[in-house]
Design a protein around this ligand. Structure first.
Ligand code: SF4
Length: 694
């Protein structure tokens, strides 16, 4: 009695480093963040965390955090107060708009933001800046999977919860680096499948650590995914394993898809993919005879010049066998970024309005305009995608750029050209919790908030909407929602942005989504806390949500799924005498995206201080690479120096390097999938030589 009372609190929230969104508890004492604990009741993961997630709290009050805005003065970024910085931001965009028109400003946003910020960034671009050019970094990540799902099923969401994996008889894992990218839930589920006698088929030029000896590994040549899938489809058909009733009652287009696949005999498939024909037959037999199969795909088939068609070829196999819409079955894209799912739902894509609405549909435009209280004519039309916007900057067509939660200088392909591109801008505004490489080119940098500092929602890899709660106030005193509100006011659109919290934004989003392709209207803020997450679509407050999609109907108007005839094509640029090997990129467990958050944490940097090239021992011997000595890697875009290690579990004609470092994307090219505009990060022709060799 009479003593000092220090309040101790534990805030349940979700890890910011991948789309599994593992639950965790942020601990505070006297309002200060003191650490992180387990949240045992959290959905899906039950409190488990990987090494990266276990240290997530350390970024929130890290010494490198930006505490004040920065403005460029005399060529240098110097600290200033918020009012001065926000005035400078707005003046710059207004000046450009006045002189060069609305589309001379653009927005690049991110798939790590909460749903609420995603929604606000799209709204800010269209109502406050008036530009059509708004896109996000998911464009470089998995949009081809989203496009394929929309084309095949009429909706862009993983169809089956990950908890169903262990009920499958066979799991097909395609181009997914599970031990690094989804370490908590999926590898354990695969282990349970193995223990009960099920089989795992892995389709990947490189076997990750999760691949066991008893698994069937099809180490295909990069960029031959559709050939392999067509070959499997042909074998399934020839052996009478097609689910005729399912194909007849629930799909259209099977005959055309099969016609396109019939040229791909096992011998032909072996010739192109390098996978022995017996293994192709074995994969087809396992899939063809199993009642329950889960297909999990990630960036391997997706980040290619034919990314959308690759995913469609895999979907053809699943549809032919009727492996969708029932227990232990489904084809799921494994989204990568923290809010990779919600990031592509809420209107920050150049072709999309909130709740998955099509920006070119008059009906959808009218619905959103009515919800926002504006004339539909006010809404700009379809804009350009992420890489295309950078191209417009390079050509001087875009002069003002607002960037949040993305780091172009590290993440964009052919990154060697990005610094000069950013320097062409008259006005670059970067919102980020830390000074990123891209922020070094900014005219104004605004401190962003981290995951423990604002409330909101994210939508997990499975399509489950979960809440992230605020544990401590934003370090720089203003959260991102506050910043967006103040910017909108300065840009003359303040009446559309009267939001102070994520909960308030979420209420508007629920209303906007009512009756739309992505319906959150039955998900209430309180329900998210009490129920631990709700799967959309959820059209009413007493609706339980929809963990399993397509049990009776697909989302196309006729309720049927679409097969697609896939005619595999070689990449537009292929290996040759000068660049005879293929470089693929991917993640390591220790880091997240461009490392702007994780490189600050000592434990992560210790685990992975630099990008290491993986080379098959036979290739290393043929090239005279010496253990412990760096190598020079050259592509058509650039030359870099890397350390290397031998890896027997990668194809001899293929190399792997993690992408988290700026130097890596100096090698990759800006070749885009024509449908989704995803860059072909998974196929870069390169040469490798000992450093200093002629
Ligand atoms: Fe979970 Fe992903 Fe965070 Fe690791 S990084 S704790 S797997 S959400």
């Amino acid at each position: 009695p009479g003593g000092l009372v220090i309040s101790v609190a534990s805030t349940h929230t979700h890890c910011p480093y991948c789309a599994l969104n593992c639950g965790l508890a942020l601990e505070t004492e006297g309002g200060e963040l003191t650490g992180q604990g387990r949240w045992k009741g959290s959905p899906l993961t039950g409190g488990a965390l990987c090494a990266k997630g276990a240290a997530a709290w350390q970024q929130v009050r890290h010494r490198d955090r930006l505490r004040l805005p920065l403005v460029r003065e005399g060529g240098r970024l110097v600290e200033t107060d918020w009012e001065t910085a926000l005035d400078r931001v707005a003046e710059g965009f207004l000046r450009i708009r006045e002189a060069h028109g609305v589309d001379a400003n653009a927005v690049l946003s991110g798939g790590s933001l909460t749903n609420e910020k995603v929604y606000l960034m799209g709204k800010l671009a269209r109502l406050a800046l008036g530009t059509r050019h708004v896109d996000y970094n998911g464009r470089m990540c998995m949009v081809s999977a989203g496009a394929a799902n929309t084309m095949a099923f009429g909706m862009d969401r993983a169809m089956t919860p990950l908890s169903e994996i262990e009920r499958a008889d066979v799991v097909v894992v395609v181009g997914a680096n599970l031990s690094a990218a989804y370490p908590v839930v999926v590898p354990k589920a695969l282990e349970r499948v193995r223990r009960k006698g099920g089989r795992i088929i892995v389709i990947d030029p490189r076997a990750g650590r999760f691949v066991a000896d008893e698994d069937l590994h099809l180490a295909l040549a990069p960029a031959t995914d559709a050939v392999l899938a067509n070959g499997i489809l042909r074998e399934i058909a020839r052996n009478g394993w097609v689910d005729e009733a399912f194909v007849r009652d629930r799909t259209v287009g099977f005959d055309d898809a099969l016609d396109a696949a019939m040229a791909w005999t096992p011998t032909e498939v072996e010739r192109v993919t390098g996978v022995h024909e017996d293994r192709i037959r074995e994969a087809a037999r396992l899939i063809g005879r199993a009642d329950r199969v889960m297909y999990l795909h990630a960036r391997g088939p997706e980040q290619q010049a034919a990314g959308t068609m690759n995913v469609l070829s895999l979907i053809n196999v699943a549809l032919a066998r009727g492996h969708v819409g029932r227990p232990g079955c489904g084809i799921d894209m494994l989204t990568g970024q923290r809010n990779g799912q919600g990031g592509r739902e809420w209107g920050q894509r150049c072709n999309q309005l909130p709740a998955g609405r099509d920006i070119e549909s008059p009906e959808h435009r009218a619905e959103v305009a009515a919800a926002w209280g504006v004339d539909p004519a006010v809404l700009p039309g379809r804009g350009r995608t992420y890489i295309e916007i950078l191209d417009m900057v390079e050509r001087g067509e875009v002069r003002g750029l607002l960037s949040i939660s993305t780091n172009m200088r590290v993440s964009a392909p052919d990154s060697g050209r990005v610094p000069a591109t950013l320097d062409r801008l008259d006005h670059l505004v970067v919102i980020d919790p830390f000074l990123s490489e891209s922020a070094e080119h900014a005219t104004v940098v605004l401190p962003g908030s981290t995951f423990g500092e604002e409330d909101g929602t994210v939508t997990t890899i499975e399509g489950r909407v979960v809440r992230v709660d605020q544990a401590v106030p934003p370090l720089a005193r203003r959260g991102d929602i506050d910043v967006i509100r103040n910017l909108a006011r300065r840009l003359g659109a303040g009446e559309h942005f009267r939001f102070f919290t994520g909960a308030e934004v979420f209420e508007e989003m629920r209303a906007v989504s009512r009756g739309g392709p992505i319906d959150y209207s039955g998900i209430t803020w309180d329900r998210l806390r009490d129920d631990g997450g709700v799967f959309w679509p959820c059209p009413a407050e007493d609706h339980p949500g929809t963990p399993q999609l397509y049990t009776e109907r697909f989302a196309h108007p006729d309720g049927r799924a679409r097969f697609h005839a896939v005619v595999p094509e070689a990449p537009p640029v292929v290996v040759d005498e000068r660049h005879p090997l293929v470089l693929t990129t991917g993640r390591v467990l220790a880091h997240y995206l461009s490392r702007n958050q994780t490189r600050r944490i000592e434990a992560h940097e210790r685990l992975a201080p630099a990008p290491i090239l993986e080379v098959h021992p036979a290739t290393a011997a043929a090239l005279d690479l010496v253990e412990g000595q760096p190598v020079q890697v050259e592509s058509r875009q650039g030359t870099i120096v890397l350390d290397w290690v031998a890896n027997e579990r990668i194809r001899p004609d293929t190399l792997f390097v993690p992408y988290h470092w700026e130097v890596v994307n100096r090698l990759t090219a800006s070749l885009l999938d024509p449908i989704s505009k995803i860059p072909a990060f998974k196929y870069t022709p390169v040469s490798v030589a000992p450093l200093g060799a002629d």
